[in-house]
Design a protein around this ligand. Structure first.
Ligand SMILES: CC(C)(COP(=O)(O)OP(=O)(O)OC[C@H]1O[C@@H](n2cnc3c(N)ncnc32)[C@H](O)[C@@H]1OP(=O)(O)O)[C@@H](O)C(=O)NCCC(=O)NCCS
Length: 184
């Protein structure tokens, strides 16, 4: 996949290290919106750090162990998605997502995540796609539900972030549920 259209004006592409400057500028601009939920939005404060972080995902992709994508709307990098984990041996993968405030509310993440699930399940044989979020993140929970995911349970205080040990809700979609959903 070099680029995949999401709408007439939006597309997703692999977020390769070559996009480090664009991604660093994106994080800088939207840090306050992203940081309450995503540790990397606080940690990545310049282009070299951002490039190194993207390089880790490029290395993961080469090992078939993770992937990261950007979402461009009218040519502007406005968000992204990732396979935080991608484990062929255990047939599981976890999706993570983010968007600039002005790109929310258009279904871009739902479309991008649907494309990722289709690829993971149909082309790569992944059986279980996970989505993890804190209980207070209503837009993220709404995405998981919109994707047809089921709440597996709560990992109590599993996510230390900004001085608080947050609970983590684990949602998942199984391959059989995905196939059933696609044929509805
Ligand atoms: C989580 C986050 C990515 C969700 O963004 P989002 O815009 O709500 O999600 P989507 O792009 O899927 O859009 C869904 C919205 O578009 C609307 N929409 C419009 N057309 C749509 C379509 N064709 N398909 C699906 N939804 C559509 C939906 O109704 C929904 O709007 P609503 O929330 O007002 O009901 C965003 O809030 C974010 O970046 N938050 C900060 C970072 C973060 O929390 N990341 C997740 C950590 S777990």
């Amino acid at each position: 996949m070099l680029t995949h259209p999401l709408t007439d004006t939006a597309e997703m592409r692999a977020l390769e290290p070559a996009y480090a400057a664009q991604f660093a500028a994106f994080i800088e601009q939207h840090r306050a919106h992203l940081a309450p939920w995503l540790p990397w939005a606080t940690a990545l404060i310049d282009e070299p750090q951002t490039r190194a972080w993207l390089q880790r995902y490029a290395d993961d992709a080469a090992r078939d162990a993770g992937r990261i994508y950007g979402i461009w709307l009218d040519g502007e990098l406005v968000g992204g998605t990732l396979f935080r984990t991608f484990d062929v041996r255990f047939s599981t993968a976890e999706i993570g997502v983010w968007l600039a405030p002005h790109a929310q509310g258009q279904g871009l993440i739902t479309r991008a995540a649907t494309r990722m699930i289709a690829w993971a399940v149909e082309e790569r044989g992944i059986n279980r796609v996970e989505w993890r979020t804190v209980p207070g993140n209503a837009p993220s929970i709404a995405c998981a539900k919109r994707l047809g995911m089921t709440l597996d349970g709560v990992l109590r205080e599993a996510f230390p972030h900004q001085g608080v040990h947050h609970d983590v809700r684990v949602y998942s979609l199984l391959a059989a549920e995905w196939r059933d959903r696609s044929h509805r």
